[in-house]
Design a protein around this ligand. Structure first.
Ligand SMILES: Cc1ncc(COP(=O)(O)O)c(C=O)c1O
Length: 447
């Protein structure tokens, strides 16, 4: 069979995202650092690190070797039924040291969706253990994305993704707006906007009845919602409301975790410690799938030591030894190469570069970013500030591809989240490609 024929068997290819390219041109064959090559040998700068996953960059032999060694030694054994394995235990201890505050206990899973499922399930079991059986609702943010399972769709704030499953969704899982300065600051200051949105969150919990609310789940930066970056102060306000109303705070750091924003975890920008933190993606840089829900000590303390009755049910591949070995090797690279610091420095360079190159263009509403999560948000060129038509924004995927980079243009934003090992020269190349693409789009719109 030809490549075109075999690709046809992939369910995902029932949807086309790059309809101007053939499926074979999008067959990615190999990768190194921030670069990927397609089957036909074309070299492209990976401006989105796959799906904001490959934090240490592609082709790291140290991780491959750790995977090979662990596979030969012990490829699989469960961590259910009180069994454990050394990479899993070492990784849990490593995460306890890295994560903010007293986030101490890791429950591992495979995907980001499952990490959020586990976080919501741990929260629920915590309340049951505390004798507060009514607490079950999970409040989330409009524009928030937490995964593609039935449970995480119930807290998804992107209606076009969840409509088909509406009848599976739980009433009372209210969704509130995040502070999005670019779109809704108006004449208010950022502090006033945070106060307004925090008051709305508080009202939503009070309306539902705090005695029925288990948790608030939120991304520190809303990624799929369009790189919405709430002002600093927002997470602190959410923390205060959760404390006041006796509701748990779940931070979804699936994208923001492991250095992406220039700190190990995005909550650290505000010195906030959530009760539960969901992580995935950068934990292994995608070399093997792995995720975790990390819980604070007081949650674990609600369960008696030596209990024989299970609380949250893990899955078969929880704490898979090979995935945990990959994570340990990945974290060693992050530390040795000082990739968190590099994300801060290169993120600032990318932001400054793009602001200088396209910030004043008529179709650019805002260039914003934190660490290596940077985006350009587009508006109609007529000065009205109205969002630019998504179909026109999507043309930037093609323009960037033609100029040698993979970017992610969706909705009104062009999003960038390259590997954290990116160099200054590579940042400048990415800026030049994006700037040239934006110029071309502006010309097309004018013509
Ligand atoms: C913030 C956030 N949470 C959860 C998920 C779901 O992770 P996964 O696709 O690994 O299930 C994603 C995926 O992009 C995400 O961006």
């Amino acid at each position: 069979m030809t490549d075109a024929e075999t690709i046809g068997y992939l369910w995902t290819h029932r949807t086309q995202d790059h309809p101007w390219l053939s499926d074979e041109e999008l067959l990615i064959d190999r990768a190194e650092g921030v670069w990927v090559w397609n089957q036909q040998g074309r070299k492209l700068l990976d401006g989105f690190a796959g799906l904001a996953v490959v934090n240490v960059g592609h082709g790291r032999r140290e991780i491959a070797e750790a995977i090979a060694e662990q596979t030969v030694r012990l490829a699989y054994y469960p961590t259910t039924r009180q069994f454990s394995n050394r990479p899993a235990a070492e990784l849990a201890a490593r995460l306890a040291a890295l994560a903010p505050g007293d986030l101490t206990y890791s429950m591992f899973a495979v995907s980001g969706s499952e990490a959020n499922e586990r976080s919501m399930q741990i929260a629920r079991h915590y309340w049951l253990a505390r004798g507060k059986a009514d607490k079950h609702k999970v409040i989330s943010l409009q524009g928030g994305y937490h995964g593609a399972t039935a449970g995480t769709f119930a807290v998804c704030g992107l209606p076009h993704m969840t409509q088909a499953y509406a009848h599976l969704q739980t009433p009372g899982f209210a969704k509130v707006a995040a502070p999005h300065p670019f779109r809704d600051r108006g004449t208010a200051t950022e502090e006033e906007l945070v106060r307004r949105r925090a008051a709305e969150l508080r009202e939503a919990i009070v309306r539902e009845g705090p005695e029925t609310v288990s948790a608030v789940i939120l991304e520190p930066i809303l990624s799929s919602g369009g790189f919405i970056i709430p002002p600093l102060g927002w997470l602190r306000a959410v923390r205060a409301i959760c404390d006041e109303l006796d509701v748990l705070m779940i931070a979804d750091e699936v994208i923001t975790g492991f250095g992406r924003t220039g700190r190990w975890f995005a909550c650290e920008h505000e010195a906030v410690v959530p009760d539960l933190m969901s992580v995935a993606k950068g934990i292994t840089s995608g070399y093997v799938p792995l995720s975790a829900s990390i819980a604070r000590r007081h949650l674990a303390d609600a369960f008696p030591a030596g209990a024989t009755q299970e609380n949250v049910h893990p899955n078969t591949y929880a704490a898979h030894p090979v995935a945990c070995a990959a994570a340990l090797a990945n974290l060693r690279i992050m530390e040795q190469d000082r990739l968190v610091e590099n994300a801060g420095a290169m993120g600032a360079r990318l932001l400054r570069g793009l602001q200088a190159a396209v910030g004043k263009r008529a179709i650019v509403g805002e260039v914003r970013g934190r660490g290596l999560m940077v985006c350009v948000d587009f508006v109609e060129p007529d000065g009205s500030g109205r969002p630019l038509d998504a179909a026109r924004v999507a043309e930037l995927d093609r323009k960037a591809w033609d100029r040698g980079a993979i970017v992610y243009a969706r909705g009104t934003v062009l999003r960038l989240a390259p590997p954290l090992c990116i160099t200054a020269e590579e940042v400048d190349t990415l800026v030049a490609i994006v700037a040239d693409s934006v110029d071309a789009l502006e010309r097309d719109l004018a013509g």
